[in-house]
Design a protein around this ligand. Structure first.
Ligand code: GLU
Length: 548
């Protein structure tokens, strides 16, 4: 009896591992091209953390002329989520993110779902058994529990290793007898490592990290015949010819296992890049952004707010590479795809997730869009999230487009819109139906003089055909005739001689129409709103203000 007999008994029907080596040859790509992958478990949705990881993989592969693929890691069947794979693929589609190879598109290195690669893992596990580098372990729950207790008692490192690994030296005959007796087992690596040796992870982002060599006989194939994450990672990333494993840094501590697996399997090790996690402030502490707990983690949160996917990507790019933001400001005509992402600009420690920053990026983004684009996208957004607004804007595209055009195509455009929902917040007062819903729109505004003269201005002076210059000249003349200073200096010198200055006069008009003292350009607003409607709005204003 030898290792072959044992291996054949355990895996009677699997192909020789060379078959797979030939089936999945080296990819022929140009020098320096990276092959990367995003490898989520089938959680059913893409969250900010997974977007961050996939984005890094995507950008580096694409800009190097390489390949990026999506691999679903579903070997932990206890954690299966219904429609978990479809959900992830749907979210990526919605985000307009596509991989060169994925479970739907396929590709030459598939299947891209781990549970469909069962035989492949078994083939390599069989190879290791034949070579005496892996073995069946029959330890029961009870035995493992006792082992742990003994180790705790003796203050030894916890785990299945060295002389604690009871089944590593079982004779082949004994193992075969147990298998034939249907005793349950798993397959473990017979680790050749020594904990006192040091190994080095040369991480593309974090630099060199020294760690003890692995000496644990880790599980490679579980009792359900599926591999563990570690084993699947080594086999898949070898056969799928990954050059760079870019993943979350919670995996750094597993590197000694991975290095060893690549060695015993005779594979060339890929480069590793461990991404710092996204973090969030909670009170005074900083913790990892949680995909379950934090609303900021869900992409749907941004969709509901009306933040475009492009902005989410811009934000991800900003935290991913420290030079991105500066570059993007300096190259406002370029897109993310034009930026060259490099490992050395990626953060080593956590990246603080900052919603305010995201919003400010969004405002810059919106300031560069065409008004008609914002209109169309706002319409689409409102259709899904705000029926009332949708009905108000759907039949008159020009009205809102004109509003959005105010102070837009200028050197320093307005920066007040950061989301589709902001459009309504910014211009609600231009819609009479929304205005009518407000109980007391002009909050806390009182005037130290009678403002009824403003009616005379609108009835007799205001002319919507005037140019902006004519309009303002008339405002000045009229304000002056009513006792307002039109010259700042004069007003400053003798404030008591005047009711107020020209800005105070304008603010009456502004508040009347918008309820607030800050607004986009008044001339444009008045013209778009129209004289007839203004007169009605004016009556309400005078009535409300006099009441107050
Ligand atoms: N399935 C693993 C995870 O979701 C993948 C880690 C990796 O990229 O290798 O964390």
């Amino acid at each position: 009896m030898n290792n072959n007999d044992l291996a054949n008994l355990i895996f009677p029907n699997v192909k020789d591992s060379n078959y797979y080596e030939e089936l999945y040859p080296e990819r022929s790509l140009k020098e320096g091209a990276m092959v990367t992958r995003f490898a989520p478990s089938p959680t059913g949705f893409v969250h900010m953390g997974s977007l961050y990881t996939s984005f890094s993989n995507l950008m580096l592969a694409k800009q190097s002329g390489g390949v990026v693929f999506l691999r679903i890691e579903d070997t932990d069947q206890k954690r299966e989520v219904e429609n978990g794979i479809e959900g992830i693929i749907r979210d990526f589609n919605n985000l307009k993110i596509s991989f060169d190879e994925d479970p739907i598109k396929g590709g030459k290195y598939g299947p891209y779902i781990q549970s469909e690669r069962r035989e492949i893992y078994q083939s390599f596990a069989k190879k290791l058994i034949i070579e005496g580098k892996a073995y069946p372990c029959f330890a029961t729950e009870e035995e493992l529990k006792n082992l742990r207790e003994m180790q705790e008692l003796n203050k030894e490192r916890i785990g299945y290793y060295g002389s604690w690994a009871k089944y590593r030296n079982l004779s082949i005959e004994e193992a075969i007898t147990k298998i034939k007796n249907n005793e349950p087992y798993i397959i473990r690596l017979k680790s050749p490592g020594d904990f006192n040796n040091k190994i080095i992870l040369d991480d593309c982002i974090k630099g060199k990290i020294e760690m003890p060599e692995n000496d644990m006989d880790i599980v490679i194939i579980k009792s359900d015949g599926l591999p563990t994450y570690h084993f699947a990672h080594a086999v898949d990333d070898h056969l799928m010819r990954t050059t760079h494993v870019i993943r979350g840094d919670e995996w750094v501590s597993s590197y000694p296992i991975h290095k060893q697996l690549f060695e015993v399997l005779g594979f060339k090790e890929p480069r590793y890049a461990h991404l710092a996690p996204l973090t969030i402030k909670e009170g005074t502490t900083v913790r990892k952004l949680s995909k379950r707990k934090d609303k900021e983690s869900a992409i749907s949160f941004y969709h509901q707010l009306g933040i475009p996917d492009e902005v989410i990507k811009l934000y991800i790019a900003t935290i991913n590479n420290s030079s991105f933001e500066e570059w993007y400001i300096a190259n406002s005509d370029k897109t993310i795809d034009d930026y060259h992402f490099t490992f050395d600009k990626m953060p080593i420690g956590g990246s603080l997730f900052d919603l305010e920053k995201l919003m400010s990026i969004s405002k810059v983004y919106f300031s560069k869009l065409k008004a008609s684009d914002i209109y169309n996208r706002t319409l689409e957004y409102a259709k899904e999230y705000d029926n009332e607004f949708y009905n108000l804007i759907v039949n008159d595209p020009l009205y809102l487009t004109n509003l959005l055009n105010i102070e837009r195509n200028i050197e320093r455009p307005r920066m007040d819109i950061g989301s589709y929902s902001d459009v309504k917040k910014e211009f609600w007062y231009m819609f009479d139906e929304l205005f009518a819903k407000e109980d007391n729109p002009y909050q806390d505004i009182t005037y130290p003089y009678d403002i009824s003269f403003i009616k005379d201005y609108f009835v007799n002076i205001y002319n919507e055909q005037d140019t902006e210059e004519e309009w303002f000249n008339k405002v000045k003349d009229y304000a002056s005739s009513k006792g307002f200073a039109v010259n700042r200096k004069e007003y400053k010198e003798n404030p008591d001689n005047f009711l107020g200055n020209i800005a105070d006069f304008c603010s009456i008009i502004r508040v009347m129409l918008t309820t607030s003292n800050t607004s986009p350009n008044m001339y444009d607003l008045l013209k778009i709103y129209g004289k007839e409607r203004l007169l009605k709005r004016l009556d309400k204003f005078l009535n409300d203000v006099n009441k107050g």
